[in-house]
Write a protein that binds this ligand. Structure first.
Ligand code: CP
Length: 311
């Protein structure tokens, strides 16, 4: 089986079958990662550049590990010590790198649409590792993998995405994926951080009362308050945000059932999520990070079109 797309720019472009294929291939790679020798020759002779124009811990390390576990040759690019700082354009930078016989580009950029622009101008396959406030497809795929691993299904699952929805590429990719896979999705948080087009154009439930959202869901995917993307204050203070919308043990103890807590990271502890919840048995946050390597191995492998994933 093969993906219907040459690039992985967003979940919006994937079919349900593409998503199922990535998740089932990731299951095979997760088995590889449990072996004493965690490396397979699948992408030997493939060269991949990780182009990070924006900060990252999890995604950058996870892609690099995934590439190395697949035996690819890896080149890392960070904008701060590159000639981009001297004014070189994105397209010039990428064309120069590709002229050195690079096969695939993994890119994070603060501008929404940057990987889509590149895809129109270069031949190499591109994986979007997060573009502005648009999409973060591999995060949504690893989130889905982790939910399915924990709860056994996506179909019919009730997922509340909570927090700064407005500035979150994780929210949009999760919404696209969960809808395609038959889950029910609700967004919750302050009215100033939830775009109403989600309800009007996409039929997503909006719940401004956090306790009602928690009582409704099986999974709460809690998002970081992205102060760096807010040009003006959208709530009164971080302390008041925590009181009104923070996920606390006190809130969880009022529920009549256990729910699963997720967060893509990095966490603002004591703002959107209290430490005793983030570190509790309800939380699968570190499972998400672990699963990210297998999911990214699956994406890299499937986009090269090679056969024999795990030998
Ligand atoms: N989840 C995520 O994208 O984290 P990083 O910004 O650290 O890559």
């Amino acid at each position: 089986m093969a993906l219907t797309t040459k690039h992985l720019l967003g979940i919006k472009d994937l079919t349900t079958e593409d998503i199922q294929l990535i998740l089932s291939t990731a299951t095979q790679f997760k088995e590889v990662l449990q072996r004493p020798v965690k490396k397979v020759p699948t992408l030997r002779d493939i060269t991949i550049v990780n182009l990070f124009y924006e900060n990252s811990t999890r995604t950058r390390i996870s892609f690099e590990l995934a590439e190395k576990r697949l035996s690819a040759d890896v080149v890392n690019f960070t904008v701060s010590n590159s000639s981009a700082a001297k004014g070189e354009t994105l397209l010039d930078t990428v064309n120069n790198i590709l002229s050195m016989k690079v096969d695939m580009v993994v890119m994070r950029h603060s501008a929404s649409g940057a990987p889509h622009y590149l895809a129109k101008h270069i031949d190499a396959a591109i994986i979007n590792a997060g573009d502005g406030i648009n999409e973060h497809p591999t995060q949504a795929l690893l989130d889905a993998f982790s939910m399915k691993e924990k709860l056994g299904k996506l179909q019919g699952l009730k997922v509340a995405i909570i927090g700064d929805i407005m500035h979150s590429r994780v929210a949009l990719s999760n919404i696209y994926l969960l809808k395609k896979m038959g889950a029910e999705v609700m967004v919750s948080g302050p009215p100033t951080l939830i775009p109403t087009y989600l309800k009007e154009a996409m039929g997503i439930q909006i719940e401004y009362n956090i306790d009602k959202a928690l009582a409704w869901c099986d999974v709460a995917n809690v998002l970081r308050i992205q102060l760096e993307r807010q040009n003006q204050p959208l709530f009164s203070s971080l302390r008041e945000y925590n009181l009104a919308y923070g996920i606390t043990q006190n809130r969880l103890q009022k529920l009549t059932k256990e729910i699963v807590i997720m967060h893509p990271g990095p966490i603002n502890r004591g703002v959107e999520l209290d430490s005793d919840v983030a570190d509790s048995p309800h939380s699968i946050i570190l499972d998400q990070v672990e699963n990210g390597v297998a999911v990214r191995m699956a994406c890299l492998y499937l986009l090269t079109g090679r056969t024999q994933p795990t030998t």
